[in-house]
Design a protein around this ligand. Structure first.
Ligand code: SF4
Length: 400
């Protein structure tokens, strides 16, 4: 199916995703397989939307009409044994329609044909291991590390490639630096890192022998919101090492602009704006201790967002947290900006990024949130003083 990339609004520049058959690479930690072990590609629906999108007004069709790019894919490998033929058939149609793509893969079959067929694109290639024997345990049917390296060597001649050291943990590699060494030598600059995460629902679909491979402690950590301090140490050391090699570790934003997004903008004529663009605006327009209002947030994003009125529910981040279900129905895309500014379903800038905080003001009479004239909470920007708490308390005199 081609559908909105769930939870992508203001997070990912790619608004759409193509989903195919459950991936035969069979990685034992694949959240997509664990979420829905019986999924099959719905070719009829895919062809129908490609054929009829010009006459339709659902959000997927609107993005296709405007030739926004399609991610292939966050939940399947397009070049697995059971998907590569379909991938190349669909790519042929997308190329004819002048709709660009981003490809996420561990390699496999038919990637050469795809690479030749499409315009220069972003390819995200997962390489979480430095030892192929370890790879065989967790990704039994996926291409070997040598095959992935040979593929990337070819791809970089035409495309931009980032390497996903994902999942990132000492369990999967005892030498992450070796991955950076190897790929930086052939011109890769960006390495995406995400820690290993599997919630308990997903874990319930693991077989007993898979559970045994991970071990109970590791699975407990995988379901936890807290990051293991050892993994944090490993991350910091690798980030510093990458800098020495003139590379960048990405995927764990702090609230500062990450320049790897420039690759997207240099390649794709149309992308959706993201919070990362807003981080850049803050860096250029705000200083330590300045406040940021919803009006500024809205004025930044509104001109960059298509002016559509349609069902936008798939775009609402963490929508189960959203009390007001009006947003699940037909509404203007720009209406979500207010939800994203200050609700649990939104970006949660103050909670997630240490350069932003909400703030309360202590007066003689009360302690209350700082708000603008419309009653929206104000953020305070402190790029030089990281604060991991969601809000600060200021004395009244300090607010002015
Ligand atoms: S390659 Fe990706 S989609 Fe395929 S099984 Fe592995 S993790 Fe899942």
């Amino acid at each position: 199916m081609i559908s909105p990339l769930t939870n992508a609004f203001l997070i990912n520049p790619m608004p759409l995703q193509l989903t195919l058959n459950l991936c035969s690479h069979g990685c034992i930690y694949c959240f997509s397989i664990l979420n829905d072990p019986k999924r099959k590609a719905d070719l009829k629906k895919i062809l129908s939307i490609l054929k009829h999108h010009k006459n339709r007004n659902d959000i997927t069709s609107l993005f296709l009409k405007d030739k926004y790019p399609v991610l292939i894919s966050n939940n399947v490998d397009p070049f697995s044994k059971n998907n590569h033929v379909l991938t190349n058939q669909i790519l042929k149609l997308l190329v004819a329609m002048d709709i660009p793509v981003q490809l996420n893969t561990r390699g496999g079959y038919g990637w050469q044909e795809a690479s030749e067929k499409i315009k220069p694109s972003i390819w995200y290639v997962s390489v979480p291991y430095s030892d192929d024997e370890v790879r065989k345990i967790f990704e039994p049917n996926a291409p070997s590390l040598d095959e992935r390296f040979e593929m990337v060597k070819e791809l970089v001649k035409k495309h931009k490639v980032m390497i996903g050291i994902n999942p990132f943990d000492a369990k999967f590699s005892d030498d992450h630096k070796a991955i950076i060494d190897k790929y930086s030598e052939i011109g890769v600059k960006h390495f995406w890192i995400n820690r290993f995460h599997l919630n308990y629902k997903q874990q319930s679909n693991l077989t007993d022998s898979q559970k045994e491979i991970f071990g109970p402690e590791f699975l407990k950590q995988a379901a936890s919101k807290d990051i293991n301090p050892e993994t944090v140490k490993l991350y910091i050391a690798l980030r510093d090492y990458a800098k020495e090699k003139d590379c960048e570790i990405i995927g764990t934003p702090s609230g500062h602009y990450e320049s790897w997004f420039d690759d997207f903008y240099s390649i794709y004529p149309k992308t959706m704006p993201t919070q990362n663009d807003f981080f850049k605006w803050c860096e250029e327009n705000k200083s330590e201790g300045d406040t940021i209002s919803f009006d500024e947030f809205f004025d930044f994003f509104a001109p960059l967002i298509p002016d559509w009125e349609t069902d936008i529910s798939k775009f609402i981040y963490n929508k189960s947290n959203l009390d007001d279900k009006t947003f699940m129905k037909k509404t203007r895309l720009k209406n979500i900006l207010h939800v994203y500014w200050d609700s649990k379903a939104g970006l949660n800038l103050a909670k997630n990024y240490p350069v932003f905080s909400w703030f309360k003001v202590q007066t003689e009479k009360k302690l209350d949130w700082a708000k603008d004239g419309n009653g929206d909470r104000l953020l305070i920007y402190h790029p030089n003083n990281y604060n991991t708490k969601e809000f600060l308390i200021l004395e009244e005199t300090k607010q002015s």
